[in-house]
Design a protein around this ligand. Structure first.
Ligand SMILES: *Cc1c(COP(=O)(O)O)cnc(C)c1O
Length: 408
């Protein structure tokens, strides 16, 4: 084998097989991280191995003391997982990436590795409900104080970040109401008090938004969403600097074990090759569908960051390419008639997943966000008449026909 292994974290060009000019991200998505075995296989190899052998007892010692690059155990690192991590780091433009078994394990590890009892965290209130549970229930139980602010309100951030804060957590655009948080604005305020800014970039994907370039310190993903994008496996990833990953995250991951499986990493590394094609097409489809929805009298309002009527349209234009792949809308009518519309759909599936090649529709108040306190749900705008539509890769003309026949 000609490539070098790194027991922890992976530099984007650690495998040395890339040319000496800086490759376009679309090329990186196909080439970065590729570490071929001695067989010259075209496709990335799947290393289904929990452990690794050593040529000698001495080599084992030197591997454990980091004097030799050698994989030790797949809870710490695995060659297939490393290919996924290297490739995603290259696409994101991050120094290091660590894969995890799900988006939630990525979210939890990204923040749990930083905080201790007595620390303070500030977060925007609108977010994926399990992330909200981690911040509002688990962290406080362990003595971490968490304050929630309105994500698109600069005064809230100024006030909350006027005292020492360990970490800031935000999701943008938010799921399911598609609010947009100004990443550069929050990062600037947060850095004045030394906070580490973590962005849940799931809804935008690395193709449409690059939080690290906007000033954030850490990005996390549910790879289950756009990165797989074909409804097959769960996965997650955390990206950040050498200091954050080596200093804080890796010790936590190594000993608590929220590891990404080699099989899932193999599915995901292949998915990265088509991520940009898929997300860009889904983004184009979503813009067409959002425009169609704004013209329907049975729809009260359409939330889509790519529409000029969206309250954060200007911020969206500054920090994202396009408006994203997800739309939510407020239906004119009661839950019964809304459910009838959903049931009439013939192409679009009813499912709570998102970022998939198949268009999926869900009623957040009764499914994904059911766990939230009704008052908080109302504050977030997730009323009983709101539906979320994740726009997939079908031809937009069929999506519009389908919505048209179901709504009208
Ligand atoms: C799905 C999702 C998660 C959690 O990811 P899993 O892979 O389901 O664990 C976190 N944040 C957002 C915004 C999500 O949509």
């Amino acid at each position: 084998m000609t490539h070098r292994h790194r027991p922890w974290g992976y530099q984007q060009d650690s495998d040395g097989a890339l040319p000496n000019w800086e490759l376009h991200p679309d090329t990186q998505a196909i080439r970065a991280g590729l570490a071929r075995s001695g067989f010259g296989e075209t496709s990335e190899a799947l290393y289904l191995s929990s452990g690794f052998t050593y040529d000698s007892a001495e080599q084992a010692v030197h591997s454990f003391t980091d004097e030799v690059d050698h994989f030790l155990y797949s809870r710490f690192a695995n060659p297939t997982v490393a290919m996924f991590e290297n490739r995603l780091a290259a696409i994101e433009g991050a120094e290091f990436c660590v894969g995890t078994g799900s988006g939630m394990s990525a979210m939890f590890a990204s923040i749990a590795c930083l905080v201790e009892a007595g620390d303070r965290v500030v977060a925007s209130a609108a977010m994926f409900s399990s992330c909200y549970v981690v911040l509002s229930e688990f962290l406080p139980k362990w003595g971490v104080q968490v304050e929630f602010v309105r994500g698109n309100n600069p005064e809230d951030w100024q006030r909350a970040l006027s005292q020492k804060t360990k970490a800031v957590f935000l999701e943008t655009p938010t799921n399911p109401m598609l609010e947009v948080v100004d990443i550069a604005m929050v990062s600037e305020i947060a850095h004045q008090v030394g906070a580490t800014v973590i962005v849940d970039n799931v809804m935008a994907s690395p193709i449409l938004q690059k939080p690290l370039q906007l000033g954030a310190d850490v990005v996390m993903y549910s790879a289950t969403k756009h990165i797989d994008g074909q409804g097959r496996v769960l996965g997650g990833a955390i990206l950040g600097s050498f200091d954050y990953i080596q200093g804080s995250l890796n010790p936590f991951i190594r000993h608590t074990g929220p590891t990404l499986s080699a099989f899932n990493a193999w599915v995901l590394v292949k998915s990265l090759e088509t991520l940009s094609l898929r997300v860009n097409r889904m983004n184009d489809n979503a813009a067409v569908v959002a425009d169609f929805l704004t013209k329907q009298s049975r729809i009260k309002s359409v939330n889509y960051p790519g529409l000029p009527t969206h309250p954060d349209y200007e911020i969206t234009r500054r920090q994202m390419i396009g408006g994203g792949t997800t739309i939510s809308f407020d239906f004119n009518g009661d839950t019964d008639s809304l459910f009838k519309v959903m049931d009439k759909l013939q192409v679009i599936d009813i499912s709570n997943n998102l970022g998939d090649s198949k268009s999926l529709i869900t009623h957040p108040a009764s499914t994904t966000h059911r766990r939230l306190d009704p008052e908080l749900r109302a504050q977030m705008g997730i009323t009983d008449s709101v539906v979320r539509l994740s726009v997939g890769l079908e031809h937009s003309s069929d999506l519009i026909k389908d919505l048209d026949q179901a709504i009208n």
